[in-house]
Design a protein around this ligand. Structure first.
Ligand code: SF4
Ligand code: SF4
Length: 540
């Protein structure tokens, strides 16, 4: 942690008293540690996005285009016409307050504008002013505000303090999805060149090379070859991981972090062991080398542009269906948008597991199956020889990553896999898991360093629940199925709940799966000594 990072004792002193400032007052202070840096002009230029220039949020002059106000209002009109949900969300909120204390950023900061209801009011107030008769006539008396530069700056500050996690929507009696409002807010800001570099640089890289890190095809191949070599050292078995192989049955797409970062990399090793052991006829592709999609955090159009490569590669390679790895934003896009946005994928078949014969009708439209659904099905059919004692060094809890849990309902399969690969598993408190899971505090492209204080504040409710099971049950690892979580939870836990590691589910699968012809394993996939078996299972 940086030296200037406040201590946990300081950050837990959250002041929830009213500020004395009216909510219509848009002025915000861009205090170090709470906001993200602006997108570099070269990245905006690479994507053909408007108004590339040097600027920073703390500047007085944001160098907006002369017609910025007309552009935003025209953008609002267009989106009100195109997205019925947006218009409904602008109209139906009754300010009941059920969502008010459900946002992790509000709980961690005490800033009332981080209440979902007020976050939405930032844009709703402008909607009222320009798109409703009451707002045009009565102005601030009905909560309407002029669109000023200060309002725009306020949007930037608070729409980049929302991780689009959708926890608030679970509690709204009208089903208002503040994440969708944030997405529209960010789209509008993008129209005048106001976005953050931690989102736009990965998007530009992805557009150029197919992955957020800017790794070129030969670099992708090197990474996979390295993983294959390392697996041979651990297991004595050489697996095949073909790339760009035409005629394979299945295309496997994963987040780029799986072959680049840790602890993600151990998840990749787990996939490779699994696919080898069941004899899956699959291929990777060096061109759709990242299923992750930061376009989701930019605009619907950008999401579509980046995701197109998945179906394009599936078609080029002539596979039957697609299997997707552990990634949150990738699955949000695939599950909620892909078939209508980039489809129909009529050239693919409804996925059928070649091992168990299970037909995944839930993927009849997208033709894409989540790796946890696939692996859980293998386990249920008794197709994997699993030695659970090989994970006895792990005492596991599971974090429902926001997108796979709330956006696609993937709640049981990861737990089923954990229970069949690990003997010690303890759930966090009920109101912090499943649909009510708390965000890592750094999703939607906010996992950068300059806003670390806000990340630690927003991540506190999640980390606090982890600390509870650490202290009560001795939990020492937090499992999750999201690439962003695997990157952002380690520093969060180091700060709030030291002694708890982070792991992907398929790392446990790779440890437990006994391969035909393997030599006696002395280390786990991390290169740590293999567990000494315990006597009693410890599920709870
Ligand atoms: S719960 Fe829904 S209706 Fe109530 S204040 Fe929040 S967004 Fe508005
Ligand atoms: S979507 Fe998540 S981060 Fe955004 S307002 Fe709702 S709870 Fe907060």
């Amino acid at each position: 942690m940086a030296d200037q990072t406040p201590s946990p004792e300081q950050l837990t002193r959250v002041d929830f008293r009213p500020t004395g400032k009216g909510w219509l007052d848009p002025h915000v202070e861009f205090r170090k540690g709470t906001y993200c840096y602006s997108a570099a002009p070269k990245n905006l230029t690479a994507l053909g996005l408007p108004n590339p220039r040097e600027w920073q949020p703390f500047d007085q002059d944001w160098k907006l285009p002369p017609d910025w106000k007309e552009t935003i209002l025209a953008g609002m009109q267009e989106r009100l016409d195109r997205y019925r949900s947006f218009r409904v969300f602008m109209d139906v909120c009754v300010r009941c307050g059920a969502c008010a204390d459900k946002c992790h950023f509000y709980l961690g900061s005490g800033d009332p504008k981080n209440m979902p209801v007020l976050r939405a009011e930032l844009i709703r107030s402008v909607y009222r002013r320009y798109f409703t008769a009451a707002g045009r006539l009565l102005g601030s008396a009905v909560g309407a505000r002029d669109l000023t530069e200060d309002v725009l700056k306020e949007w930037f500050y608070y729409f980049y303090q929302c991780t689009e996690c959708r926890r608030c929507s679970v509690f709204c009696p009208y089903g208002i999805d503040t994440a969708e409002i944030t997405m529209i807010g960010r789209e509008l800001l993008t129209l005048v060149g106001c976005n953050i570099n931690w989102v736009i640089e990965p998007v530009a890289n992805c557009f150029r090379t197919g992955n957020h890190l800017g790794i070129q095809p030969h670099g992708f191949k090197d990474s996979i070859d390295f993983a294959v070599d390392e697996l041979e050292e651990i297991t004595g078995v050489r697996v095949d991981a073909s790339i760009n192989r035409k005629g394979a049955d299945v295309l496997f797409v994963m987040p780029s972090a799986d072959y680049f970062g840790t602890p993600h990399y151990y998840t990749l090793l787990g996939y490779l062991i699994l696919f080898h052991e069941i004899g899956l006829n699959y291929t990777l592709t060096a061109f759709a080398s990242d299923g992750g999609n930061f376009g989701l955090f930019t605009s619907h159009e950008m999401m579509k542009r980046l995701n197109a490569k998945v179906y394009t590669e599936a078609k080029r390679l002539g596979v039957k269906w697609i299997l997707g790895g552990e990634c949150g934003h990738m699955w949000r896009v695939l599950h909620q948008y892909m078939d209508t946005m980039n489809g129909p994928a009529d050239f693919l078949q409804v996925p059928v597991s070649p091992i168990t014969g299970t037909r995944f009708d839930n993927a009849a439209s997208t033709k894409m199956v989540h790796i946890c659904e696939f692996t859980a099905d293998l386990i249920r059919h008794g197709r994997l020889n699993l030695d659970v004692s090989r994970n006895d060094h792990w005492n596991v809890t599971f974090h429902d990553s926001c997108n796979p849990s709330r956006a696609m309902g993937l709640l049981e399969e990861p737990r089923y896999i954990i229970r069949n690969t690990c003997r010690a598993f303890h759930e966090m408190p009920e109101n912090t898991i499943r649909e009510q899971t708390f965000c890592c505090g750094s999703g939607s492209g906010l996992g950068t360093d300059e806003n670390l204080e806000m990340r630690l504040r927003g991540g506190f409710p999640r980390a606090n629940a982890v600390r509870y099971v650490r202290d009560k049950h001795g939990v020492n690892v937090l499992a999750c199925i999201c690439a962003i979580d695997k990157a952002t939870l380690p520093p969060l836990l180091e700060y709030w709940s030291p002694g708890v590691e982070v792991a992907g589910i398929h790392e446990f699968v790779g440890n437990a799966l006994v391969m035909k012809g393997e030599r006696t394993r002395t280390t786990d996939l991390r290169g740590e000594p293999m567990a000494t078996p315990k006597e009693e299972p410890a599920h709870a």
